[in-house]
Design a protein around this ligand. Structure first.
Ligand code: ADP
Ligand code: MG
Length: 634
């Protein structure tokens, strides 16, 4: 991960921190979280908050934003308030903190009035270092009374993009945060954190949260442990099943564009014997909560969901995210795909696309109810911007090069070169002369005079015998069937390539009709040749690689890994917490490699802190010892 140039405006805060504090933050990192080193950006943000300077931290999902306020909260005298948009997020984080031996609580509508009173009383008595609170609570009389009487040292605003209308998750109650802060007797230092990188959102956060001369830190957006792949399978369900069979024990999410899609895919998976559950806005609160918990607690391995699922999900061992349909823009895609592999272990992000997805997304954009309070001009602007974003998303599906390069470029970052860890790099794209193919497609486009869309053009050159083709008279077109030896995917890629090179152009945006573009005649007359980078012809697009957290482990290690996993599950059940909160997959895999024999060796494992050692160390040591003995007997 790289830190972007100019991340810190103004003076260098790191030098302002005293040496003693530096030691303390490393000590806390080790003791409570079990990690040896800070990740990129964390230290700068922590130092700044400790020095009393506001910050805005922009880091991708999984980068470790929580630590950036949790560690200062432990060092600073007084209480840190963490403002968070979702109950599930608060629950997860507070659970993880308590599990690590840090006193924390949340205040939100999931508590009964009695529980709320009790939590407030404990808070006032100074029992908690961190208190997570829903933004709606801040200006209530009760909460204000508590906050004004307590010593609030810091306010951390998590998911800070919720304050911006331009963000995807606008929450009006976030706008109350500065009011609340103004009412406190002493202004605490304020830290804001988000994974949304666009300039509009960033400016909104600084302005609307009234941050004072904040240090703005943006880390690189690359997630090197994620493998990106796109496919356009003829039978998406079969392809999904094949993909899942390559991930036999892994937990993962399947995103569908519509509720109906979720229902269908989930029902089919259950019918076919997969452990799957579902989530979308049409289900009751009760069922949503239950299904989400089943997934988080590893009682169900596959979550099939619409984009309503995920913002509150910090589950760190999600090993794959499969997009069954193309999402509406790259921001959503990267955020959803980014829920895979938060623990830093390899994970797969596979995207299926078909032309129909573009149509569905366009309908969503045109009928977007969220913008109804905007005036017509602003609404038009938002709609055009959304359509532009959708085009970039389509571009991703058809990119001829490295997918990671495309994603990073979208977020304004330049990649160092092809990543060799995506289907774009793996599929063996190579330059191909497609002049003959281009002529066939352009002939069809000219024949129908731009009255039809890409699907009809593709079916025409493939020689499809459909009712529609006959009705449209396209079976009379001179190039009907000219490309019958090519796959549908290859033809689609060629058509998109012709569009992006202006040999074809859109004649009607609403219905995506296309006709010959300004440069078509030169190709049709044979004056101009066309070449594109396309997948090597004999290979079908490759499946995403199968890699697991334990992927680097040998056979003996894998059986130990499974034992440790089973022990973790047992403990998680007893304690009523999600397994990954006990220890992450990464920590278990590391144990299999280190094979600790005593406390000291166990503490050297990444993710094992002193407090967790106290609680679980012995059990895991015993489990490792047994597994080892059994292996030696063989
Ligand atoms: P974000 O909020 O940025 O999406 P989180 O704060 O939820 O990310 O952290 C993601 C994961 O990374 C968590 O499992 C966390 O324990 C882990 N993590 C955070 N900081 C470090 C670190 N310095 N070393 C190793 N793992 C870390
Ligand atoms: Mg977070």
């Amino acid at each position: 991960m790289q830190q972007s140039k100019g991340g810190w405006p103004g003076e260098n805060i790191r030098k302002a921190g005293s040496g003693g504090r530096t030691d303390e933050k490393h000590r806390l990192l080790r003791q409570y979280f079990g990690y040896d080193e800070f990740r990129t950006g964390q230290e700068e943000l922590i130092d700044s908050l400790l020095a009393g300077r506001d910050v805005l931290g922009i880091m991708p999902t999984g980068a470790g934003k929580s630590l950036c306020y949790q560690i200062p909260a432990l060092i600073k005298e007084g209480i840190t308030l963490v403002i968070s948009p979702l109950i599930s997020l608060m629950k997860d984080q507070v659970g993880a903190l308590n599990e690590a031996g840090i006193h924390a609580a949340y205040l939100n509508s999931s508590l009964t009035p009695g529980q709320y009173q009790k939590a407030l009383a404990y808070a006032a008595a100074g029992r908690y270092k961190l208190i997570y609170v829903a933004p709606e609570r801040l200006l209530t009389e009760e909460f204000l009374r508590f906050a004004c009487g307590a010593r609030i040292a810091m306010v951390a605003v998590d998911e800070a993009h919720c304050v911006s209308q331009w963000g995807q998750d606008f929450r009006p109650s976030y706008l109350k945060i500065p009011d609340f802060i103004r009412r406190l007797p002493v202004r605490p230092v304020v830290g804001a954190f988000t994974a949304t990188a666009t300039a509009e959102v960033r400016d909104d956060i600084v302005r609307l949260l009234a941050l004072i001369r904040p240090g703005v830190l943006t880390t690189g957006f690359d997630r090197p442990n994620l493998y990106f792949a796109v496919q356009s399978p003829a039978d998406p369900y079969r392809a999904a099943v094949e993909f899942l069979e390559n991930h036999p024990k892994d937990s993962g999410i399947i995103y569908c564009l519509t509720r109906k899609g979720v229902e269908e895919v989930c029902a089919n998976l259950i019918r076919d014997g997969f452990s799957a559950t579902r989530y979308h806005a049409g289900l009751s609160d009760e069922e949503r909560r239950r299904n989400q918990d089943d997934f988080i607690y590893d009682r169900c391995r596959i979550m099939v969901a619409t984009n309503a699922f995920g913002m509150g999900i910090d589950k760190s061992d999600v090993r794959f995210v499969l997009h069954y349909n193309m999402p509406k823009n790259i921001e959503s895609y990267y955020q959803e795909a980014g829920r895979a592999g938060r623990d830093g272990e390899p994970a797969d992000c596979l995207l299926f696309y078909r032309p129909q997805d573009v149509v569905t997304n366009r309908l969503f954009i045109e009928n977007n109810r969220d913008n109804e309070e905007l005036d017509p001009a602003a609404r038009q602007e938002v709609m055009e911007r959304d359509q532009q974003r959708l085009r970039r998303m389509v571009g991703y599906c058809y990119t001829e090069g490295c997918l990671r390069e495309y994603l990073l470029a979208y977020f304004g970052e330049e990649a160092a070169g092809p990543c060799h860890n995506c289907s774009g790099c793996d599929s063996g794209m190579e330059p191909a002369d497609v002049t003959r193919e281009a002529q066939a497609v352009l002939t069809a486009a000219a024949y129908c005079g731009g009255r039809y869309g890409a699907g009809v053009l593709a079916d025409t050159v493939r020689g499809a015998r459909t009712e529609k083709i006959r009705r449209f008279g396209m079976d009379q077109c001179p190039s009907y069937g000219a490309l019958s030896s090519l796959t549908a995917d290859r033809i689609r890629r060629i058509i998109t390539g012709l569009q992006s090179r202006e040999y074809l152009m859109v004649t009607n945006d609403r219905y995506s009709l296309i006709g010959p573009g300004p440069k078509a005649s030169a190709v049709l007359s044979g004056q101009e040749k066309v070449s594109m980078r396309l997948p090597r012809e004999e290979t079908r697009p490759r499946k995403a690689k199968t890699k697991k957290a334990s992927g680097a482990l040998g056979e003996a290690d894998s059986s130990m890994f499974e034992r440790l996993r089973a022990l973790r599950m047992e403990i998680a059940r007893e304690e009523g917490v999600p397994p990954y909160i006990v220890f992450s997959d990464k920590t278990l895999a590391h144990m299999c490699i280190v094979r600790p024999r005593n406390e000291e060796e166990m503490l050297s494992v990444s993710g094992v802190g002193a407090y967790k050692y106290e609680k679980y160390g012995e059990q895991f040591l015993a489990c490792i010892r047994q597994a080892q003995e059994r292996a030696d007997e063989k």
